[in-house]
Ligand binder design. Structure first.
Ligand code: ASP
Length: 404
């Protein structure tokens, strides 16, 4: 039988699903279950995979010094790329001014804008779990990561008789979870067909209308995301990571297409880890530390998107933001993207935090609501791409031999 590579299968599934969603809108319910099954399978993997991978990664790092160095590099990379992304967004939105003349009468009414508006301090505090079982049960990733790093680190501090069984146990769990991931990956084309055809069918009737009204805004966001993904990040991989970004991107095709289709960096995480280890050759020690952290806190695409969206809203309301206010937008977007969860449309909710920080009307969110889900696909892909570039750069700086 003709064997087509997985990423081609996914691309074909994507194209077919758009066709199917538009033409057979009423029959989508017969295929959308495949998307649900696929997403549930990915979610099933996440908690045991992250927990075991972090414990095995941190115990593999060994000393406090190694852990400290790795954390510092990871944080520096995440801050740096998010700032680059935000600046790209700000420059483009100030140049193109997509919001000037936008029709406010067309904005949708949004309810429940207050959801998830913790202050930054509260968000930070919540990283410390009060009950790890509860955090595991709720897939509260920041809390799980925090606990797993502690658990892994102190595992290395106990006598070998206690340490070795724990290290072996978590290494085994990790290996098993990766095997399950590889099994689930085989079904990606079917899952994506189910997810995307349902999405297309839902929006099919007003798709053209939306593009016509919001076209320039969408192009500004997508243009800025392209600059970040195709210029900034590859340059960093080349210069800092001394690796081939094109080869790396090719190896990442399955997780990137999955991120695009699912709009969730958390759900994509198992596939991202698999691709980085097997295609780009990054060690488990590095991926298991850098990627779970990245999927929850490093969101370049989201930060960039939030800046453009907020400035778009300001422009639409005819409110001129001073440089100082734009700086506040920048800083809040950076913090807000850290606080956003890796799930669909998380970035939209968090925009309200930035709007209130600079005194813009919260109802402005209604303006961008219609196209948020589509733009989410693009920004999530950039979020995952940035995490993966970070893993390559950090692996190289640790002296690892890579395949890219
Ligand atoms: N959907 C994005 C992600 O999972 C978060 C966002 O809404 O911007 O990475």
């Amino acid at each position: 039988m003709l064997k087509i590579k997985l990423h081609w299968q996914i691309l074909i599934a994507l194209i077919l699903s758009i066709f199917f969603g538009v033409v057979f809108t009423d029959y989508v319910k017969y295929v959308s279950w495949m998307g649900d099954v696929f997403l549930r399978a990915l979610r099933m993997i996440i908690v045991p995979l992250i927990f075991s991978s972090i414990v095995s990664g941190v115990t593999g790092l060994g000393s406090a010094e190694n852990l400290g160095r790795m954390s510092l590099k990871t944080m520096l990379y995440y801050m740096m790329t998010s700032i680059f992304a935000i600046v790209t967004g700000l420059v483009l939105v100030n140049l193109i001014k997509p919001g000037v003349g936008a029709d406010l009468g067309l904005s949708a009414v949004v309810e429940g804008l207050d959801v998830g508006r913790d202050s930054f301090g509260q968000t930070l505090l919540k990283i410390i779990p009060t009950n790890i079982i509860e955090s595991l049960a709720n897939t509260d990733l920041p809390a799980i990561i925090f606990f797993a790093i502690f658990f892994g680190f102190f595992t290395t501090r106990v006598a070998p008789v206690y340490r070795d069984p724990i290290v072996n146990f978590f290494n085994s769990v990790f290996e098993i979870m990766m095997k399950i991931t590889m099994f689930v990956i085989k079904f990606t084309p079917l899952g994506i067909f189910g997810i995307v055809s349902a999405l297309v069918a839902e929006h099919a009737d007003n798709l053209l209308n939306i593009f016509g009204r919001m076209g320039i805004y969408m192009l500004t966001v997508i243009g800025a995301l392209f600059i970040h993904a195709f210029i900034t990040l590859p340059l960093l991989v080349r210069v800092l990571g001394r690796s081939n970004p094109v080869k790396h991107a090719r190896g990442m095709s399955v997780p990137l297409l999955t991120a695009f289709s699912t709009s969730s960096s958390s759900a994509t995480l198992p596939l991202t880890m698999e691709a980085l280890e097997f295609n780009s050759g990054v060690s488990n020690k590095t991926t298991s530390f850098v990627l779970p952290l990245g999927a929850t806190i490093n969101m370049d695409g989201t930060a960039l998107y939030q800046c453009i969206a907020v400035l778009f809203i300001a422009q639409a309301y005819g409110i001129e933001l001073s440089i100082l206010q734009q700086l506040i937008v920048m800083v809040t977007a950076l913090l807000a993207s850290i606080g956003a969860a890796g799930i669909p449309m998380a970035g939209l909710v968090i925009i309200t935090v930035i709007l209130s920080a600079v005194g813009l009307p919260l109802e402005g969110v209604g303006l961008i609501l219609a196209v948020d889900r589509i733009l989410d696909m693009f920004r999530t892909t950039v979020n995952v791409w940035s995490d993966s570039c970070g893993a390559v750069i950090i692996a190289r700086s640790e002296g690892e031999e890579l395949k890219v």
